[in-house]
Each structure stands twice: as structure tokens, then as C-alpha cells.
Design a protein around this ligand. Structure first.
Ligand code: SF4
Ligand code: SF4
Length: 385
């Protein structure tokens, strides 16, 4: 394992994000498999664990409390986050913090972040004076280091660091080779560098898309580059993680792994050789190809889970992207069956707006669901002719 220096700490460069833990068929955390993952992570040298109030509908923090508390508290770093966007008063934020300590069975968090800061949540943060509130938590030694996880534009991050550089010691941003030139990842990264703030990367493999490239063209470009560099062929995930590992200022790559196998692979990748110049060029080319091939930039984060019509939005978008790449042609499965298996779709949407309010990728979900439905209906009808 590679480690990053941060103040007096040595933090594993690969962190375990606990938003996509293994689940039971009832969509609850599978405690047995998830415990195996934690044990293996610790054995593999990972010492940074990241949870949040809303992950797994609150169950992630409870899991942390159950499982991590069997290890000595000083042997790992625990990060948690304050979801300002669900607070209606400052008191609610204070209550959430107290509940988080209780759920996680800890007296303090090593890292505490304002969660999912964007142009909508920042005014709330300011009006409830939450920056002062979390500063107070640090003074009381209830948290050790403060940061923020952002889904905002560059202007807001610049303004936050210009005004609160003394408070926020690091920033968590969505960074990967696909998003570098796609959303504003490069700009946010450059602002962090300008203010000398270490970067914690979220979505390093874009919700798994870069671990299993949905484009044969992109995958081929990467493999050919490795051959040209006389490197052994490696997994898709390896390109994504090594790309980030080489970026200056990246302190932690936080991966939300869902299986023991993924964890084992990713731990191995952290010790693999750096990408060659040829491979680095190929990564940019692969990103360009992926951007051409992918229809909906959904990361599968599931922040849109509170749909009153029980529409499984990430599953529909995933199926759509995969189907588009296969030109909506399946040999063994029927497109109709695949779509129907996903459950309620755009026709059940009541346009309440819950999903869009929570989507960090700012996807116009209701419109896209309609588009997807129309496209699937057309393709299914074509197949019946
Ligand atoms: S707008 Fe539609 S898809 Fe989104 S949460 Fe509401 S019902 Fe569900
Ligand atoms: S639609 Fe948005 S909120 Fe829902 S899973 Fe995709 S990226 Fe996440």
C-alpha cells in the first residue's frame, strides 16, 4: 500500500468508501460480506474509512459502529459528513452530529466534511453558520480535521477557499480520467492545488464505469498502449486508479467497492507500476471515446433513492448506457424483458423533483427518464417487426 503524509498522519492512498457495501436481496447491508471487506481492507493496509449520514439510508454509519469499533480506535481514520441540505435549522445539524457519533460508536471523527456542497446548499451553510459550528467541533476535539466534499462549480470553491482557507484543510472532489475534461473536475483540482489543499478523490472509477469499460473501442485503445509500452495487460480499473495515483496533490483515492474481489484487485493496483507516457496519452483518448459512447453520465451513486414511485433510476440509466453501446441488440435476452425487469419507469414518475434535487451530476432525471422510455419503447417495437 502507498501512504500519503497529512500533518502527522500516514494515510493509505486507497480509502474505503462505505456507500456501496455488499447488500442483501432486501437492499440492506450484507453485514457478513461487508465485515469480510473491512477485515481484508485493514489487512491490506487501508486505514481510511469514509461514511456519511445518508449512505445506505443511515445504515452505513451503524455498520461502522458495529464493525470498526472492534479495532483499536487509533489504528484507523474515520471520516463522516454533515448533510447541510437536509437541515432546516442549525439545531438539526447539531442533532445530526450527535447522532453520528452515537451510530458510529465513537467519541470523535478524524475527518469531518460538509457533505455535497453546491450552489444550493452553501446559502444554507452560511445562514446556519455551519462553518463556525464545525470549527467549534474541532476546538472541542470532537473532530480532528475539517474539509468539504463538493459538487459545485469552480467559482464557489474558489470563493470558499478565499474566505475559509484557515478552516478547510482538504477537499473531496469527483475526479477521474473521464470527468477531467467533462465536468469541471480539472478546474476544481486546479483550485485545490492553488490553495495547496490535499485532494480526496471520489468516484475514481465513475461508479464502476471505468472498472468495466462499456466501450470496446476505449478498452482496446488502453490495451494497445500497454502492449506498445511492453507492459502486461491490466484491468480497466488499473488505468483509472493509477492515473489518479500519479496526480500531484491527490491524498486519498476513495473507492466505493462492493465486493471482496474488487477490494483485493484495487489493493493490488495501488502497488503496480506507474502508467507510461504512451498509456497516459491513451487514457485521454479512451476518455474521449467514452464521452462519445455514453448517453447518461450517471455514476450510480443512488442519491436519488427516495423516489416515491420506486423508480430505480440508476439501474434504468445503467441499462440504457449498456444497451446503447450494444446498439440495443441482444442475442440471448429480449430488450423488453431487460427493461421490464427494472420495475417502474418514466410512466410512473409524478415529477415531484426529489431525485433532481439530490443528483450530484445535475442530470435532468425526469426528462432523461422520458427519453429513455421513448427510446426503449421504439427499440422494443422495432424488434417486434
Ligand atoms: S421526479 Fe419522478 S423519478 Fe424523480 S423522485 Fe419524483 S417520481 Fe421519482
Ligand atoms: S441519477 Fe444522479 S443521483 Fe441518481 S444515481 Fe445517477 S448520478 Fe446518482
Amino acid at each position: 500500500m502507498v501512504y500519503s503524509d497529512f500533518n502527522e498522519l500516514k494515510i493509505s492512498k486507497l480509502g474505503l468508501g462505505m456507500m456501496r457495501l455488499p447488500q442483501t436481496p432486501e437492499k440492506k447491508i450484507d453485514f457478513e460480506d461487508s465485515t469480510k471487506m473491512i477485515d481484508m481492507a485493514i489487512k491490506g493496509g487501508i486505514n481510511y474509512f469514509d461514511t456519511a449520514y445518508r449512505y445506505h439510508d443511515g445504515e452505513s454509519e451503524v455498520f461502522v459502529g458495529e464493525i470498526l469499533s472492534k479495532y483499536p480506535r487509533e489504528s484507523y481514520y474515520l471520516a463522516d459528513k454533515l448533510p447541510a441540505w437536509i437541515c432546516k435549522t442549525r439545531q438539526e445539524a447539531e442533532d445530526i452530529f450527535a447522532e453520528q457519533l452515537k451510530r458510529c460508536k465513537t467519541d470523535y471523527f478524524d475527518f469531518y466534511l460538509l457533505h455535497s456542497v453546491d450552489e444550493e446548499s452553501w446559502p444554507l451553510i452560511e445562514s446556519f453558520e455551519l462553518v463556525d459550528y464545525i470549527k467549534g467541533l474541532k476546538e472541542q476535539e470532537l473532530v480532528r480535521h475539517l474539509g468539504l466534499s463538493v459538487h459545485c462549480g469552480p467559482e464557489l470553491l474558489e470563493m470558499i477557499f478565499a474566505n475559509h482557507s484557515d478552516v478547510f484543510e482538504f477537499v473531496q472532489i469527483q475526479l477521474n480520467y473521464f470527468d477531467w475534461d467533462y465536468i469541471n473536475a480539472k478546474e476544481l483540482y486546479n483550485i485545490a492545488r492553488k490553495y495547496n489543499k490535499p485532494v480526496i478523490v471520489m468516484e475514481p472509477l465513475r461508479g464502476g464505469t471505468l472498472a468495466n469499460l462499456p466501450s470496446e473501442r476505449a478498452s482496446k485503445v488502453l490495451k494497445e498502449a500497454s502492449e506498445k509500452s511492453n507492459m502486461s495487460p491490466c484491468s480497466d480499473a488499473s488505468y483509472g486508479l493509477r492515473y489518479l495515483r500519479q496526480l500531484e496533490g491527490v491524498m486519498i483515492i476513495l473507492s466505493g467497492m462492493s465486493t471482496v474481489q474488487q477490494l483485493e484487485d484495487n489493493i493490488g493496483i495501488m502497488d503496480a507500476q506507474d502508467l507510461t507516457e504512451t498509456e497516459l496519452t491513451a487514457v485521454s483518448e479512451a476518455a474521449q471515446i467514452l464521452r462519445e459512447d455514453i448517453l447518461v453520465p450517471c455514476t450510480g451513486c443512488n442519491y436519488c433513492y427516495e423516489c416515491p414511485s420506486k423508480i430505480n433510476i440508476p439501474a434504468i440509466f445503467k441499462q440504457y448506457n449498456e444497451s446503447a453501446i450494444k446498439s440495443f441488440t441482444y442475442i440471448w435476452d429480449s430488450l423488453e424483458d431487460l427493461y421490464n425487469k427494472l420495475g417502474p419507469n418514466a410512466t410512473s414518475c409524478i415529477k415531484c423533483g426529489n431525485c433532481e434535487a439530490n443528483c450530484p451530476q445535475k442530470i435532468k432525471i425526469t426528462e432523461v427518464l422520458q427519453e429513455v422510455h421513448q427510446r426503449f419503447s421504439e427499440e422494443i417495437a422495432k424488434g417486434k417487426k
